[in-house]
Design a protein around this ligand. Structure first.
Ligand code: FES
Length: 127
């Protein structure tokens, strides 16, 4: 009788360990270094598309990807469609549509991010 209980406890423990270990191991294996992946499908992309603190520009067939973080102190910039520029709501920095800084306090352009184009999707991996 005691043997059946002990076997049942062992199996229950094994299942519990597996249930906890599988998500932890897959997180470590598939998210090395805490990188995150942002995917823009073709349908999501307009001339200027925004998702998860990233802008994707598709201008005249050329794709450019920028971090949406202002290079002054890191606020998220907004795209002003009427003026065709990026504006920071925090201290007023402005960037041209190609990400170049056009007025301060920021002195640097928006940071370009590397991306991969695969099956019509834009895949961006950031730290
Ligand atoms: S954080 Fe953007 S202007 Fe200061």
């Amino acid at each position: 009788m005691k043997r059946k209980t002990s076997r049942r406890n062992f199996i229950f423990s094994l299942i519990t360990v597996c249930a906890l270990a599988v998500p932890a191991v897959s997180f470590i294996l598939f998210n090395p270094g805490g990188k995150r992946r942002v995917i823009f499908t073709k349908a999501e992309r307009d001339e200027v598309a925004y998702k998860d603190e990233i802008f994707v520009l598709s201008l005249k067939g050329k794709i450019t990807v920028f971090s949406a973080h202002c290079t002054h102190l890191g606020c998220i910039v907004n795209f002003n469609k009427e003026k065709n520029i990026f504006e920071c709501p925090c201290h007023g920095s402005k960037y041209a549509i190609d990400g170049k800084s056009i007025c301060g306090p920021s002195k640097r352009d928006l940071n370009k991010l590397p991306f991969v184009k695969k099956n019509g999707k834009i895949i961006v991996e950031t730290a």
